[in-house]
Write a protein that binds this ligand. Structure first.
Ligand code: ZN
Length: 278
């Protein structure tokens, strides 16, 4: 099954389930709320709400208000080895905030305060139920499904200090969606192509089979420290091909179109626009 969070005419959002080429509004404000209510299975249709054609839907981030967004640093074997590093014993974890998320078709503002805005296609993992000190097997059962994320990063801000957070916390910089795709559709998302294109040029292309730490490993590891809750989001790390590592480097500019796709999950398609606040 595929679930989404879509914006409604009255300025709110609703969770929805994909059926064919329409979205059936469900009785929850978003997919995170649906999961927090124990929303396994199809969920209840929202009374009186008409199905919304996918073509006309306004997609919000698939989970707009996760309590936590946990990100993994270097996690693709080939990318780690090409940077000359050894394979790490533990995943590098960092966090983002809910305010960094944006819809899968929303514009991405290129901030006037950054010269080095870069892309990172990532497999997203959405937690389906609260889990603490989980074994990898228990962690697997706590995964509601998978989505597409681009962990757009401001490399100048990211590299000013040892901690990366500053480059990872820009408002509405991180497309996530359009769908939460359940394991019933994609299994463990164990061998899917991940790809990022800028203006149609393929910049990143790999497969989730190259992930060093698998989704269940990451959920299990993080849950040793903190309770992961339904609707929390995990970005599992990116593969080679980021703009900052290219020679010469390439960065996103207003006018660029960023296409972020994962086989079987869907794609985010975001136009980069100038910063009106500048
Ligand atoms: Zn990342």
């Amino acid at each position: 099954m595929r679930f989404a969070t879509i914006r409604t005419d009255d300025g709110t959002t609703t969770a929805a389930r994909l059926e064919g080429d329409v979205l059936i509004p469900l009785d929850a404000a978003d997919v995170g709320e649906l999961l927090a209510r124990g929303g396994e299975g199809p969920g209840l249709a929202r009374a009186g709400a008409e199905p919304v054609p996918v073509a006309g839907a306004d997609f919000a981030p698939v989970v707009p208000r996760p309590g936590k967004i946990i990100c993994v640093g270097l996690n693709y074997r080939s990318h780690i080895l090409e940077t000359g590093r050894e394979l790490p014993e533990y995943p590098t974890l960092f966090a983002k905030f809910a305010e960094t998320l944006t819809g899968p078709h929303d514009d991405i503002t290129i901030p006037s305060v950054s010269e080095r805005v870069d892309w990172e296609v990532e497999l997203g993992v959405v937690i389906g139920r609260d889990v603490y000190r989980a074994t990898p097997e228990e962690a697997k059962g706590a995964i509601a499904g998978y989505t597409v994320i681009n962990d757009v990063s401001m490399r100048d801000w990211q590299r000013r200090t040892l901690q990366w957070l500053a480059g990872k916390m820009f408002e509405r910089s991180t497309p996530a969606g359009p769908y939460l795709v359940t394991p019933g559709d994609v299994g463990d998302a164990a061998d899917l192509e991940v790809r990022c294109e800028v203006d149609g040029a393929v910049m990143q292309q790999s497969r989730t089979s190259d992930l060093l730490f698998k989704p269940a490993d990451i959920v299990s590891y993080a849950s040793q420290a903190i309770t992961l809750r339904a609707g929390d989001l995990i970005a599992t790390g990116t593969c080679g091909g980021v703009g900052d590592a290219r020679k010469p480097p390439v960065y996103l500019r207003p006018g660029n179109v960023l296409r972020t796709s994962i086989e079987g999950l869907g794609e985010c398609l975001n136009q980069c626009v100038a910063d009106k606040a500048s």
